[in-house]
Design a protein around this ligand. Structure first.
Ligand code: ZN
Length: 324
């Protein structure tokens, strides 16, 4: 998309874009509430366009990323009808399924597609030349974490929980953008990935991963008030604060670790593609990984119980039936 077309209504289907407060705040809202903002390819492509639109607009100082409906984002779309239509060959297949490696075969196709649409796009959003705030609510699972972690600051509603369930539900070593050791701490990252348990918003606040915990019914309003405060910092100062911190963690190895973990992630997919006769790229019940559709519900990581007693389908709180 060209800069000129950004002057017009972007007419996104899956994302809402608006500017507030004399254009100083841009709000990008994931808008697939019927799938709990599951990330299918059209949504990710529109989201990238919306971030670039905010980047281009010199009036914008702070970008808020949020989700319409019952949760911020349930993760990558693995089950909606629209996902199968945009993924599989046919009239509704998304054009990017045939470019950026999509027309290649085997591990190469998966590695290139995941690099473009799960990894490098997330890294690009992290490096936006604006201050970004993720405003999250509901269970933030798996690829929901990636969107949130790409932002500079995180604000959450009361009751929000955080989990990467791909270890226990898909036999994968975490999502493609492996921020876990940096966000949770190394040992907690291992625990959460090996159990699939969730972290409470209180614990996330104690860790410093979440900056503010607001009542759900005031979440958007209070986030905007906070964003306005941050928008008062001179743009040069704000950018250099962001870069000073991001470059510090890069020097500590953040970006190299992300690249290394992405490679391991692809080895993990290749393992399952090799073992599953139909080429399924994730773990399956015959190898001891329960189907994600009827996996046990996510439990909070409790200090004083081993957990793991909840059975599939008979306990509440199983965040999403469409996505991980
Ligand atoms: Zn993957």
């Amino acid at each position: 998309m060209t800069d000129e077309s950004w002057a017009d209504d972007p007419a996104y289907e899956h994302v809402l874009y608006s500017t507030l407060h004399e254009g100083r705040i841009a709000r990008i809202e994931l808008n697939r509430p019927q799938t709990r903002n599951a990330q299918h390819r059209p949504l990710l492509v529109e989201l990238d366009d919306a971030f670039r639109r905010a980047e281009t607009d010199d009036a914008v100082r702070v970008v808020i990323l949020s989700g319409v409906g019952p949760m911020f984002s349930s993760g990558h779309d693995m089950g909606s009808k629209e996902h199968y239509e945009e993924r599989d060959p046919g009239p509704l297949q998304h054009v990017t399924r045939r470019t950026n490696g999509g027309s290649r075969s085997g591990v190469e196709a998966r590695m290139l597609q995941e690099w473009h649409y799960f990894f490098e796009n997330t890294r690009r959003w992290r490096s936006l030349r604006k201050i970004t705030i993720a405003q999250v609510h509901g269970p933030v699972f798996a690829a929901g974490l990636m969107l949130m972690w790409a932002c500079d600051l995180i604000v959450a509603a009361d009751g929000t929980t955080f989990a990467d369930v791909v270890g226990t539900r898909l036999g994968m070593c975490g999502v493609e953008y492996f921020g876990h050791p940096w966000e949770f701490g190394p040992r907690k990252a291992k625990e959460l990935l090996l159990t699939g348990d969730s972290m409470t918003v209180e614990d996330a606040y104690e860790l410093g991963m979440v900056s503010k915990v607001f009542p759900a019914d005031q979440l958007a309003e209070l986030t905007e008030q906070w964003a306005l405060r941050i928008a008062k910092v001179p743009t040069m100062t704000a950018l250099l604060v962001k870069e000073a911190v991001n470059q510090a963690v890069d020097i500590m190895g953040f970006t190299n670790a992300l690249n290394a973990a992405f490679t391991l992630h692809q080895v993990n997919h290749a393992h399952w593609m090799y073992l599953n006769e139909d080429g399924t790229p994730v773990g399956t019940p015959q190898f001891g990984v329960p189907s994600w559709r009827d996996a046990p519900p996510v439990e909070p990581a409790a200090r004083d119980t081993p957990g793991g007693v909840a059975r599939a389908k008979d306990a509440p709180g199983n965040g999403s039936d469409t996505a991980r």
